[in-house]
Design a protein around this ligand. Sequence first.
Ligand code: PBG
Length: 349
Amino acid sequence: MTRMERGKPAGVATAGPVEKLDLPTRLRRNRKALWSRNLVREHAVTVNDLIWPLFLMDRQESRWPVEHMPGVDRINIDEACREAERAARLGIPAIAPFTYIERDLRDPVGSEAVNENNLMCRAVRAIKKAVPEIGIITDSALDPYTSHGHDGLLTDDGRILNDPTVSILCRQSVALAEAGADVIAPSDMMDGRIGAIRRALDANNLEDVQILSYAAKYASGFYGPFRDAIGTNQTLIGDKRTYQMDPGNGDEAIREAALDLEEGADMIMVKPGMPYLDIARRLKETFQVPTFAYQVSGEYAMLVAAGRNGWLDLDRVMMESLLSFKRAGCDGVLTYFAPVVAERLQTAS
Ligand code: PBG
């Protein structure tokens, strides 16, 4: 007789004689106590899995809240240095800054993107000086800098020009790397940009700078709060479906990643995260290279909103959502929860 059967069922009368099942395998045995669950667990989130996306701005005030991402602010360079210090203290390996560029600095061709004294380059230099040990991953794309909000050059008849955009991305990437960025993360989805950026970096003696390719980036509704944060939602003309991937496609993600790896990507990323876990799993199984997921702004907003309404236990679903990326095979996650999670992991251990 097992211990479980010996106990009386709480509060209910037994509904007559119970047939003893002849089961050699009872999966519940390993779940019977916390020590056993801890012992058999396959996956865990650690601080080394976290990349923290930050929003930068060029303003006097240190913080300006992002309305649709409670708990997330746009911050100025001084504050970014403090946040980078905090991240390093917590053991977060890398940060991924994005920029809110003032409207008068945006133009149709994104000229400010290649200015070596733009907000991002200045921030990278300041953070590298203040916190040399933290990794800095900078986005390569034109959307913060274009008046129309697209990641590339837009023609009068609404087309996005691939090859001319790639030349600008190369100059942008070299400027970022020269400012001290450790990793260039092209998020624009132009064809051939990984190879071109790799060659441009190498030609400038920047062969140690890594490339994290947004290999499978989908045309997603989940980017809404991010576009508010960097101020492109109001200005975006049309949508990004001629360069970002169709959400109905899976095989195409494999082709995208294969090309990016051939062209020299060191790491690949899937974005958004939770709605595309199947893609993360397929990429990891196909290529066995460092694979990341971006838990994007809309995913963050959903969880925080439900938590604030008392509909979900935020702490719990935050950890559970991150664990799903590990289970899918990801080596790490870009998440706005990074500092909160890192603090939680510290107190838990
Ligand atoms: C733009 C870029 C986007 C995100 C990261 N880089 C938005 C877009 O493609 O419109 C989204 C991140 C998020 O939603 O958290 N190159």
